[in-house]
Design a protein around this ligand. Structure first.
Ligand SMILES: C[S@@+](CC[C@H](N)C(=O)[O-])C[C@H]1O[C@@H](n2cnc3c(N)ncnc32)[C@H](O)[C@@H]1O
Ligand code: SF4
Length: 375
């Protein structure tokens, strides 16, 4: 079992918070699609013939691709890989691209999961984030998708935004549930270098919530999703029963995946590789028949760190039995010793030898994971 991730590096413009790799022009879109087809063929042995369970078109903005381009990419994947019957095929989409006709066509192509970047149900917030859509467009895109028969819809929301208060955040979450979606990915805003928000932040022009206010927003998210019967299965991910994202869960379970396109990462249990984060460099490399990427063989320590980050993010946490079996006594003792302070501070709990972050622990998960790194 394995997954394929395709990075589609085009956006209509750059959002104020985002540092995912993309270019704000459609100039090379056709060249890119052809190059991607070629890369699919060149990389066909990377997953060692494992059947593909999930395909994820991420970005950038995959919904900027035309339906015949998506059709071509999927058919190249089918030609070069063995696909499982009940595969999950996700399209990350921006609301302004999701017309009724477009949705109908992609459904026919086999897409059975949508991840729509709503970000907020407040027009003022959307404007400030430099989003290209309005709240009305966001709502219509979800309704159109449901009319056409999509029954596995995820939306992205961001909290911890400038000037966002608890009441408005609560209204945002309630709106999501009014729309009967199956999955929510909710991220706390991070201020990334080289973004517009970073510039504002440096000039003291962002009124960001305090740590306590952010934690309250996170707690409200957990409470409201729970009230609505959603499972909090990973720090930022919540799903209705039966709608957990298989693709992301496989990442966290350490399943092999192949990443295609500029800046995409791949992992096949022994090595990790990542493609160049530059569209021109990517196109030139592929044209010469060589993938412009770098590779590293993982050491035992790196495998442990990888296991730690991915497992701690999930609701199942770290199984210390699995840890001992896969990494041996030294790593096991290291983990048990380190975890003592987190257990006593109520940042972590131990349920039948599974060490799981509590709500408080999840909120500061980055610093906890760093502390656990074996060096
Ligand atoms: C690959 S991105 C965007 C996908 C799609 N192009 C869109 O805009 O809807 C996936 C998600 O990451 C989140 N995201 C990106 N940058 C972020 C940041 N700096 N802080 C918090 N969330 C962020 C957004 O919710 C975004 O929808
Ligand atoms: S959030 Fe989406 S649309 Fe905005 S810049 Fe990032 S990838 Fe592009």
């Amino acid at each position: 079992m394995a997954g394929i991730y395709l990075h589609i590096p085009f956006c209509r413009g750059k959002c104020a918070y985002c540092d995912f790799y993309s270019v704000a022009t459609s100039k090379y879109q056709e060249d890119f699609v052809k190059a991607l087809g070629k890369e699919i063929h060149i990389q066909k042995d990377y997953l060692q013939n494992e059947p593909i369970q999930t395909i994820y078109f991420g970005g950038g903005t995959p919904s900027l691709l035309k339906t015949d381009q998506l059709d071509y990419i999927i058919s190249e994947i089918k030609k070069n890989f063995k696909l499982e019957e009940n595969k999950e095929i996700t399209l990350e989409a921006n609301p302004d691209d999701l017309t009724h006709d477009y949705l109908k066509s992609i459904r026919q192509l086999g897409f059975n999961r949508l991840s729509i970047g709503i970000q907020s149900f407040n027009d003022q917030d959307l404007k400030r984030m430099k989003r290209k859509h309005t709240v009305n467009q966001a709502i219509s895109s979800i309704r159109y998708a449901q009319d056409i028969g999509f029954n596995n819809i995820s939306i992205d929301l961001i909290y911890g935004l400038p000037d966002l208060n608890l009441k408005d955040w609560g209204t945002n979450i309630d709106k999501a549930f009014d729309l009967n979606i199956q999955h929510i990915s909710a991220y706390h805003l991070t201020i990334e270098p080289k973004t517009l928000f970073y510039k504002y932040y440096q000039n003291d022009k962002l009124n960001l919530p305090t740590e306590k206010e952010s934690l309250d927003q996170f707690k409200m998210l957990i409470a409201k999703t729970k009230e609505n019967g959603f499972l909090h299965y990973e720090i930022s991910n919540f799903a209705q029963d039966g709608s957990i994202s298989l693709h992301n869960t496989n990442y966290w379970m350490g399943v092999k995946y192949l990443g295609l396109g500029p800046s995409a990462h791949s992992y096949n249990l022994t090595s990790r590789q990542w493609n160049i984060q530059n569209l021109r460099g990517y196109l030139d490399g592929i044209l010469k028949g060589k993938i412009p990427n770098e590779q590293e063989i993982l050491t035992e320590k790196e495998k442990f760190n990888e296991f730690l980050i991915t497992s701690l993010r999930t609701m199942c946490g770290i199984s210390t039995e699995r840890l001992k079996k896969e990494f041996g006594k030294e790593y096991y003792d290291f983990f048990i010793t380190k975890s003592k302070k987190y257990l006593s501070n109520n940042l972590m709990i131990n349920i039948a030898n599974n060490f799981i972050l509590t709500e408080k622990g999840m909120f500061i998960s980055d610093s906890i994971m760093q502390d656990f790194f074996h060096d």
